[in-house]
Design a protein. Structure first.
Length: 115
C-alpha cells in the first residue's frame, strides 16, 4: 500500500505546478483522495479533496479558484493543478487516501514559491 507524490519544486509567484500522486497496492477507485500541506511551524491542513463515488470536490478557501484536484482511476493517480501560486502556498504537500477505516499517506513533495 503506497502513495508517491511528485511534481513539486521551486516556482516564482504567479507560476503554476502540477502535483501527481501515484497509488499502488490497493483499489484506488474506492478511495476518497485529498491533498494536504504543511508549512514549517504550522499544522497540516486540507487543501482539496475528491470523492471516490461522485467525483465531487472541495477546496480550502485559500486555494479556491486557483487549485484544481482531479483523479484518473485508470492510472491510479490523483492530481493537483496549482495556478497563480503565492508565497504562502509554500509547504510540503501530501496526498492521502481514505476508504472506510483505512487511511494511507504519501511521503510528500516540497513546493516553494519564491522570487
Amino acid at each position: 500500500v503506497r502513495l508517491v507524490e511528485s511534481g513539486g519544486g521551486l516556482v516564482q509567484p504567479g507560476g503554476s505546478l502540477r502535483l501527481s500522486c501515484q497509488a499502488s497496492g490497493f483499489t484506488f477507485s474506492k478511495y476518497d483522495m485529498s491533498w494536504h500541506r504543511q508549512a514549517p511551524g504550522k499544522e497540516r491542513e486540507l487543501v482539496a479533496s475528491i470523492s471516490s463515488t461522485t467525483g465531487s470536490t472541495n477546496y480550502a478557501d485559500s486555494v479556491k479558484g486557483r487549485f484544481t484536484i482531479s483523479r484518473d482511476n485508470a492510472k491510479n493517480t490523483v492530481y493537483l493543478q496549482m495556478n497563480n501560486l503565492k508565497q504562502e502556498d509554500s509547504a510540503k504537500y501530501y496526498c492521502k487516501g481514505r476508504f472506510i477505516l483505512t487511511t494511507v499517506w504519501g511521503q510528500g513533495t516540497q513546493v516553494t514559491v519564491s522570487s
